[in-house]
Design a protein around this ligand. Structure first.
Ligand SMILES: C[S@@+](CC[C@H](N)C(=O)[O-])C[C@H]1O[C@@H](n2cnc3c(N)ncnc32)[C@H](O)[C@@H]1O
Length: 250
């Protein structure tokens, strides 16, 4: 791993602190999304970019069956394994550390695939979704967590994100996502402004708490400046511009 990647992982790990769900969705979103799907009893569930596995755990607790999660962040996987054990699911949920690789995943083998806040199998949303569809058994479903534009992004906000406007869909485009003959949208659940505020507020507070507790850390000053800058951009643009939704497709 490059020093740059390691620094990025350290930042996101510290900023998420004790958060279990690493996205701005409210806790009830996963249940609402699963209710929109008709899944078999005891499903096989795969979660790509599972973070601490909180959504996978919620899905297995609700549906039964067994789960496999994969994430490249060692701290998230370690915290997730502790969470799995605390929920008494160690015999049914396995979290693996590593990059998601298409050739290491069984195709046509999963009843439900979660992919929330990451595109590990494609550069674009469409490429990622098409690759996810290949993993499903007949009748299988996908829960996709994606950002979207609530309005046209300000060029200064795009520069800060390092993103282009084409990298995310509009809200209307989420409704028409599909893999022809395989998947169409059954439900879209949006993060509310309140749940976004809670997520961004915790992200800032966790980082400021770390920096205050570790002023001697060589990264502390840069991390604090970055966290404050990010939150200011959220208040100035992000709250009105950026959405996040859980999309249930089957
Ligand atoms: C925004 S977080 C969401 C985590 C989790 N899905 C949730 O909603 O709580 C995205 C996660 O995807 C992981 N990730 C991104 N790309 C990945 C890849 N190619 N292979 C494995 N994990 C990846 C990150 O490490 C991070 O934990």
């Amino acid at each position: 791993m490059s020093a740059r990647d390691a620094a990025r992982l350290r930042y996101t790990t510290l900023a998420h602190g004790a958060l279990e769900v690493l996205d701005p969705l409210p806790p009830e979103a996963i249940g609402e999304a699963l209710d929109a799907l008709a899944l078999p009893a005891a499903p096989r569930i795969l979660d790509l970019g599972c973070g601490k596995g909180a959504l996978l755990i919620a899905a297995v607790e609700r549906l039964g069956g067994e789960g496999r999660g994969i994430d490249l962040n060692p701290a998230f996987v370690a915290a997730g394994r502790a969470l799995v054990a605390a929920h008494g699911l160690a015999d049914r949920v396995a979290l693996e550390l590593g990059e998601v690789r298409a050739d290491a995943l069984e195709a046509g083998a999963w009843d439900l695939v979660l992919c929330v806040g990451a595109r590990p199998l494609g550069r674009t949303l469409e490429e990622n979704l098409t690759a996810l569809a290949r993993l499903l058994r007949p009748g299988g479903a996908v829960l996709l967590g994606e950002g979207y534009w609530r309005r046209a992004p300000d060029p200064d906000y795009l520069a800060l994100l390092g993103a282009g406007p084409e990298e995310m869909p509009s809200r209307a485009e989420l409704d028409t996502l599909a893999v022809p003959g395989r998947l169409r949208v059954r439900r879209v659940i949006e993060a509310s402004t309140a749940s976004w505020d809670a997520y961004e507020g915790a992200y800032l507070a966790n980082m400021l708490a770390f920096c205050a507790a570790h002023p001697e850390d060589p990264d502390a000053a840069a991390f604090e400046a970055r966290a404050r800058g990010w939150y200011a951009a959220y208040e100035r643009w992000g709250r009105d511009t950026l959405g996040f939704a859980l999309v249930a497709l089957s």
